[in-house]
Each structure stands twice: as C-alpha cells, then as structure tokens.
Design a binder for this molecule. Structure first.
Ligand SMILES: Nc1nc2c(c(=O)[nH]1)N[C@H]1C(S)=C(S)[C@@H](COP(=O)(O)OP(=O)(O)OC[C@H]3O[C@@H](n4cnc5c(=O)[nH]c(N)nc54)[C@H](O)[C@@H]3O)O[C@H]1N2
Ligand SMILES: Nc1nc2c(c(=O)[nH]1)N[C@H]1C(S)=C(S)[C@@H](COP(=O)(O)OP(=O)(O)OC[C@H]3O[C@@H](n4cnc5c(=O)[nH]c(N)nc54)[C@H](O)[C@@H]3O)O[C@H]1N2
Ligand code: SF4
Ligand SMILES: [Mo]
Length: 698
C-alpha cells in the first residue's frame, strides 16, 4: 500500500473514493505506467466495504472520454469554439470582467455553482470566496433545485440554515422516510455507509422503514410503502402531529428543548386524518397507525429528501419532519435524528464567519430572501434580461448545467445568450457551455486531491478520508480553485469569505486549501492539536491511511445546545412565517384537480445517470433511450391512452413529448418522467400538468 503521492508513470494500486454522489464509495484503482487499467470497489474501505455502483466504476471512461474538453476553449465570431492557451483565456476573461465592472460595478457579476462542487472542498470555498469578495447578490447554486427549503426550515427551527439533522441509521428502530429513494440515489444529506445496507439492517434488527412516496420506488418496494399524493406531504405530516397530540403520544420532555409546542398543537388541531386524507391521498386508518407506531417506537427518526424539498410547501414540509422528531422526543438522541460533529465541521466554520444567514438581502427580481448567501436560480433569466441597477451581465458557471437543470431551462438558455460574458468551467460542452464565451477544462475526481469535507456534516458514522490525485490531469485540465483564483487575480480581488484573509492581498495565496484542511483537522475534535493530542489526526496521518479512517461507528448525541443558535437556545416549533404557510395550506382550494392541469408530475432517477450528465460513457450509455412518461393504467384508460403512445405533456411552463409507459407503481393523478437521457424534460420538480393528449399511436 502506498500513499498516492507520485502520480506519474506509476504501476500498482491506488486507493481513492468516488465523488459522484454522497455515498463516496471507496475505490481501488490499478495503474500501469501512470495509466488506469482497472477500477474496483475498495474492499478494505471502512464504510462502503467493497461496494460501489456502475457510475463510479466507469469513472475512467468519463476521464478518458474523447468528447471531454481538455483545453481552454474560446468562442469565435462564427459561434464555433477554438482552443486557446490558459494565459490567453484567463487574461481575456479578466479584461472582459473589468469591462463589465468598470461601468456597472462588481454587483453585475455572478456565479452559478453546480452539484459536483459538493464533492470538492477547495472548489466551493474559493467560489463562495469570490462571491463574497465581489459583494454581489448574484450567487446561485443547484441548492435551489434540491435543498434550499431544507435550509430555510432549519433557519426557522434552529436559527441556522446549516443545522440539519441526520437520521441515526445504525441505531434507529423506526425510520420514516419522505420523498427519498436511496436505493437508487445512494442517499443525500445522508451518508456514512452503503445506505441501502444500513436500511436493511434496521429491518434485520426488528425495526421498520416506512417510505412515503407517490411512486412505489425501488426503496419503497424493498421496505414499507405509503403512497402519498405528490405535494400532499404537508397534509399527511400535519395529520400525524394531530394524532400524536390528540392521543397524548407526544413526549413531554420536548418542552425542555423547544418552544411553541402549544401553538403547533393548536395549528395541527384541524388537520385530522379525515380532513387530510383527500389532500394527502393517505387513508385515515393508515395515517393513524403510522402516527402511533412512530410515536411509540423505542427510537424513531423522520427524514426527508428531494421529494420533500419540491412542491409548493417545501419549507413547511421540512419543518414538519423535524417537528415530528422533536415532539416524539427523538431529536439529538441515539436512534433518533442526530447532529454530527465531524472531524472538520465546515458548517461550524461558516457559522463562525457569520455566513449562515437568511433574508439579509433579497433578490432584485421577485424579492426572494437569500439563504446562506444563495439566491434562487429560478430568477437568473430575469436578472439577466431586466435592465436596471445590479442587472446580471457576466456569469461564471462552474460544475453546473443550469440550462437543463434549472426550472424554466429553455428561457434561461435564451437569456444566457444576452450576457456580456458567460464562462463555463466544465469538462464537457454542455447545453450551458454551448452558450458560453469561454469553456475552461476542469479535472475529474481521479485527477485531484480531496477529502469528504462537505459530506461529513451528514454522516451517521464519523469517517474521514483524504485522497491524493490518482492520475495526472488530462490535457491542460486544472482544478477549479486555481482557475477561480487566477480569474480573481486578474480583477484584483482575493477570493475569500474572510475579510481578514482578503486584507492579505496577494499573500493570501500562501494559505492553500491543503494548509487550511490540515489546520482545521488538527484543531478539530479528532485532530492531533499539533502534537498535543496523541493518536489525533493530521493530513499527513490521513495520507498514510489511504482507505480512510473510521473515527467512530456512531455519532455522539447531546449536542443540541451547540446546534441551536436561536437567542433563547430553544428550537422554535411555531415560527411565524411557517405558521403562515399552514394557514395558506388550510385556505387552499385545490382547483388544480378539476382544472386545466389535473396531473402532478415529477422526475425519476436512474442508477446509471446523474442529473443532467454522465450519458457519455459506453458502459452507462443511456443515450438513445427515448423520454418516457410513467402513469397509472387507470389514468391512462380514462384518457384513452395505451402504453407506447407518444404523448404530449403540457404545463404552464411549456410542453414536452414522451412515450407512455403504464405502471401500477405510480399513484393515480401522478405522472413521472424518466429524466435520464432526456434533454427536454422539465427539472425533476413537482409541476402541474394538463391532460395528456395523444399525438400518435403505435
Ligand atoms: N432534468 C433534470 N433536472 C434536474 C435534475 C435531474 O435529475 N434532471 N436534478 C436536480 C438536482 S437534485 C440537482 S442537484 C440539480 C443539479 O444541477 P446542476 O449542478 O446545474 O447540474 P448537473 O446535471 O449536476 O451538472 C453538473 C455539471 O458539472 C459537470 N461536472 C461534473 N463534475 C465536475 C467537476 O468536478 N468539475 C467541474 N467543473 N464540472 C464538473 C458536468 O459535466 C455537468 O455539466 O439539478 C436538478 N435538476
Ligand atoms: N443514480 C443517481 N443517483 C443520484 C442522482 C442521480 O441523478 N442519479 N442525483 C444525486 C442528487 S443531486 C441528489 S439531490 C440525490 C437525491 O436523493 P433522493 O432524494 O434520495 O433521490 P430522489 O430520486 O430525488 O428522490 C426523491 C423522491 O421523491 C419522490 N417524490 C416526488 N414528489 C414527491 C412528493 O410530493 N412527495 C413525496 N413524499 N415524494 C415525492 C420521488 O418519487 C422520488 O422517489 O441523489 C443523488 N444521487
Ligand atoms: S456514484 Fe456510485 S460509486 Fe460513486 S459514490 Fe455514488 S454509489 Fe458510490
Ligand atoms: Mo441534487
């Protein structure tokens, strides 16, 4: 075994981890003369123990893909791209940024930071640093599409958007899982092992896993399924609270950690299972026994993910998930919902720097509150096209494909064309990159060092792994932190969120990401305190343990006082804006069922694709699979449609065509897009859709 220090001409094995999704599977990479010949799951990896999925194992295909961008590209007058040197690209981008900034100010520059930054610590840190140094409001991330409502709920509950509980999978007796499909997704805001295996272990120990989803998903199929109407979760969760309160099943000790319980009880009073059923699609009997089982389980955890973060009440839904954890006495307790305190607590650092904000500014368009400095990506198009002070004129997109991934993508793609400058940092010419003035080639995860920093706050086992690069970057690919640093240099700013670091000017570059990592680790809870604590960790020590270090099988509890940053130190179970959402829900007259758009549509993931990308690998090859729409056979019958029909799906946002598949796994009134290989599908959100009209038959 060796640490992966020397990457050229090496023959032998190297250990690293996949950075495509949050499971972060350990990989064993075999090289001959510096070339990768095999990738296998790492059998000695402490948390993933020799398991991985086809995506990670195909990482070399992605790396050596002939379509990959490996040199900086510049758009020519005729619209085609030509290779240019890094020097030219960076200095021209700098000049064009200055041309925008001089007349219009730094606030006319923005960034969109995509999903893969969650697996690249230095990348996100420098990107956020660049935004903070510019002082611009135009900071957008893929969080708009999948997580920001979770963060908002945390802000209202705990005082900080960064305080997010994680279900204690290794110890829980009862897991209620809302809108998540970890058998395919491998878990999100949930990491620390092979999630599928840890879920099965709950059942093997005699516990239960209940999946609330409008589709009988691969996860629901394996465990217990409660079919909910899409966007009906708030009704269901309120009815669970109703039963728990009226039957006196709530844990009285909750009052010690939370305020507002009485108000919440009053709000829940009208949401009896009978009242909720038509909206949630869950029968009163099922809701009642679910509430009782949840409240009386020895330990229980309520967890929700992307399905809980979509729809019209997503902040409320995320709030209710935790409210259930609190009133059943399961917050911050073994087997309940817990707050990891990882070896490097990135969020704690962010909190110290005052970055865990909500509503300190609002978007120019729509007046939406920022969360952690992030604005909703749905406004980007209008921010570009609407003249005025602070109009968005130059955008750097890094590791993202907003033209496909953001709701209303086609309008956004058009608006991107109006920018004075668009830069895409990516290793493909994506739908977004196709509109760019420059495409700058990034490294793949096999070509860069890293640690599991951003996933750590969501780990139910305390685990840390450092990896060096496994191979040299292809062509001229560079790491994003360096690319963004170089661009920042050109416009004379220091890309850091810390004002003290910005004051160092160019000297700030001596504080490398590696140095920062080492310092944060050594001073953190598992660190060696620079020699003061024997057996503690440092970067050097991690490099000598290439499979990573399992610091502890379980996460310590009893940390709530550190996590709640509200002034009175109590969790708020009745925050005003969230209670207003309950009023809005109650007042809602659900016209849509009878109206123009009777169906509710959402997306579906496939094992072998990843959001809008990863369609290029021959083994994963999902190209050529026609877009399809899944629907309950009864719904299809009532519309006179048959499987295989080409159908048109319309919503307020637009229309797409797809081939119809019918399946009992989809609840009535719901329809599901397979989003893989589909370039025209709407974002995987809950939308409204009109009667599906047949456009041709088979
Ligand atoms: N149609 C559709 N829309 C979706 C989703 C979907 O499944 N389908 N999923 C939703 C969800 S949950 C999310 S999180 C968002 C994601 O939204 P985005 O992050 O905007 O989109 P991704 O498809 O994840 O695109 C990632 C891009 O980064 C590139 N990339 C991959 N690795 C790296 C890297 O290491 N460095 C750099 N610089 N680039 C890299 C890929 O080539 C790809 O172009 O999309 C949401 N919208
Ligand atoms: N293979 C693969 N793995 C991935 C990804 C991928 O594209 N492919 N993407 C990665 C990313 S970026 C993320 S964020 C994670 C997501 O991880 P998960 O959240 O675990 O996965 P999703 O497939 O988004 O699951 C959302 C579920 O919500 C359901 N749903 C839709 N609407 C509703 C609703 O109104 N109520 C309820 N209760 N459920 C609803 C959907 O049917 C779906 O099963 O996966 C990651 N892993
Ligand atoms: S993409 Fe597959 S191999 Fe990579 S971390 Fe996720 S589950 Fe593991
Ligand atoms: Mo996501």
């Amino acid at each position: 075994m060796s640490s992966n220090s020397d990457v050229t001409e090496y023959s032998g094995r190297r250990f690293t981890f996949c950075r495509l999704c949050e499971q972060l599977c350990g990989l064993e990479v075999t090289l001959r003369d510096g070339q990768i010949t095999h990738i296998r799951p790492d059998r000695e990896h402490p948390t993933t123990k020799g398991l991985a999925c086809p995506k990670g194992l195909a990482a070399e295909e992605m790396r050596s893909d002939p379509d990959r961008v490996v040199h900086p590209l510049r758009r020519r007058g005729d619209g085609k791209f030509e290779p240019v040197s890094w020097e030219t690209a960076i200095s021209e981008i700098g000049a064009r940024l200055r041309q925008v900034i001089e007349p219009h100010g730094r606030r006319s520059v923005g960034m969109y930071v995509g999903n893969p930054t969650a697996f690249n610590a230095s990348h996100f840190t420098v990107a956020k640093g660049l935004i903070d140094a510019l002082g611009t409001r135009h900071f957008y991330t893929s969080g708009s599409q999948d997580t920001n409502s979770r963060f908002a709920a945390s802000y209202f509950l705990y005082g900080s958007p960064f305080t997010v509980p994680v279900p204690d999978l290794p110890r829980t007796d009862f897991l209620l899982m809302v809108g998540a499909n970890p058998v395919i997704s491998h878990g999100s805001l949930l990491s620390g092992g092979v999630v599928r295996v840890d879920l099965s272990d709950i059942v093997n120990r005699g516990g239960r896993v209940v999946v609330v989803d409008p589709r009988r998903t691969e996860t629901a199929e394996r465990f217990e399924h409660v079919a909910v109407r899409p966007d009906g979760d708030a009704w269901l969760l309120l009815s669970l609270l109703n039963v728990i309160f009226t039957e006196g099943l709530d844990d009285r000790s909750a009052a010690r950690v939370a305020r507002g319980g009485f108000t919440l009880r009053e709000f829940a009073a009208t949401f009896t299972p009978e009242v909720a059923a038509p909206h949630s699609g869950v029968s009163p009997d099922v809701a009642r026994s679910l509430a009782r089982d949840l409240a009386t389980a020895r330990s229980a955890a309520v967890y929700g993910r992307v399905g809980a973060c979509l729809g019209r009440y997503s902040t409320l839904v995320n709030f209710l998930l935790d409210a259930l954890n609190v009133v059943t006495g399961n917050i911050d307790r073994p087997g309940g919902s817990i707050f990891p305190t990882p070896p490097i607590d990135f969020w704690a650092v962010g909190k110290k720097q005052g970055l865990d904000t909500y509503g300190t500014t609002h978007s120019r368009i729509g007046g939406y509150p920022e969360i952690g400095g992030i604005m909703p990506a749905g406004v980007i198009a209008q921010e570009i096209t609407t003249p005025g002070e602070g109009q968005l004129r130059a955008l750097i997109v890094t590791a993202g494909n907003p033209a496909l991934s953001v709701p209303g993508g086609s309008g956004l793609a058009e608006a991107l064309g109006e920018l004075d400058l668009l830069v895409s940092i990516d290793f493909y010419v994506t739908e977004t990159g196709a509109m760019a003035d420059y495409i700058l080639p990034a490294t793949t995860f096999l070509e860069r060092e890293d640690a599991n920093i951003f996933v750590m706050p969501y780990q139910y086992r305390t685990f840390i792994q450092w990896t060096d690069p496994v191979v040299e970057p292809r062509g001229e690919a560079r790491q994003e932190a360096r690319i963004l640093q170089d661009i920042a240099d050109e416009i004379g700013i220091v890309p850091s969120s810390a004002p003290a670091v910005r004051r160092l000017g160019r000297f700030a570059r001596v504080i490398t990401p590696q140095l920062m990592f080492d310092a944060l680790l050594r001073l953190g809870p598992a660190g060696d305190r620079f020699g003061l604590r024997r057996g503690g960790l440092s970067r050097k020590k991690l490099r000598s343990r290439p499979h990573g270090v399992l610091v502890s099988e379980t996460v310590p509890t009893g940390v709530l006082d550190k996590m709640v940053t509200r002034p009175d130190g109590l969790i708020d179970l009745a925050p005003g804006p969230v209670m207003d959402e309950i009023r809005r829900l109650r007042a809602e007259v659900d016209n849509d069922t009878e109206g123009r758009y009777p169906f509710r549509v959402f997306g579906r993931r496939e094992l072998k694709s990843l959001n809008s990308w990863l369609h290029n690998s021959p083994t994963l090859n999902r190209k050529g699979i026609p877009p399809s729409l899944l629907m309950n056979p009864d719904d299809a019958d009532s519309l006179g449609l048959r499987p295989g029909d080409q159908v048109q799906v319309e919503s307020r946002a637009g229309a797409v065509q797809a081939r119809l598949e019918t399946t009992e796994t989809v609840s009535e009134g719901a329809c599901v897009f397979r989003t893989d290989g589909v370039t025209t599908a709407p974002a995987a959100g809950v939308g409204r859709t009109r009667a599906v009209a047949r456009t041709s038959t088979h």
